[in-house]
Design a protein around this ligand. Sequence first.
Ligand code: XIL
Length: 324
Amino acid sequence: MKMTCSTLREAAQKAGLLVGSACCPHLIEQDPEYAAILAREFNCITAENCMKPMYLQPQHGCFEFNAADRLCLFAERHQQKIRGHTLAWHQQMPHWLRDARFDKKEALDILDDHIANVVGHFQGRVFCWDVVNEALATNGRWRTDCPWFKMTGPDYVAAAFRAANAADSDALLFYNDYEMELPCLKSDGCLLMLKRFLKEGVPIHGVGFQYHLGVENRLDFNTCVANLKRFGDLGLQVHLTEIDMGIPVPVTEESRAAQAEEFTNRIRIARASGVVSAMVFWGFTDRHSWVPSFTHGKYDEALLFDRGYKPKPAWQAVMNELCR
Ligand code: XIL
């Protein structure tokens, strides 16, 4: 039976899913149309930047929660769940931490202290955290260029989960990464890491697949469904955490249609897997997307609404799949 819904949020709610968007407090405050669409279309939000360590602890021991608190207030006003992003990542670390030479014990103490403060501060407000982001390299082994890894070796990963659990035993704790959509060295390595953590009693509850992938990456349906399932089979929750789909520039009507088609495919993959409980887009409007700058202008129009906030064919495609 087909349901009639007019927003992604309504459709997701009926399907028992979370549909989310990354967002920024200054845009919410400066642009009423941005805020209105964010509130109307999504039952979940995540902080695109303002919960990252360089913003929350810009100076050693000085925490700045103001912007992130404003984001939480918006979410609460609109009955939206909040995904916290992120506690330990090799990028967007504060300079005092990234450029310093702390020994292993000092570094693990700093990690514990950051997580205790941040997770403690948002306790009861943030329902799930990307505790560790992108700890693995393409070959499925540890990413060795991460400052945390340089200071502590791989130990920071499990330590971060333990610290988050100690600070909020109700929060769902996720490992989040990219390039894991298909079976490959990295997704295999991640699966092994997660299995080991579960065996060792590391408090971890979910895995996030970023799904930043250009439109030319036509994902094979069966392969991707099977890949998501093998993570769900571990008993972990699975979220798609940062969905976007850049289109090579110049964008044409054909490539926009292809984007809608591939969004259909990707949402179908998530739904058919039976294990994905949240689908979070990395923003919702092409007016504010990291894709053009990240790809040095090679890709654009990666999201569901255009620069003038009109829903695109991609929005309709996602809508249709959520209504199924
Ligand atoms: C990006 C933000 O979108 C940008 O605004 C910022 O300059 C860099 O970080 N993977 C992640 C996200 O986990 O935190 C990144 O967000 C995109 C890639």
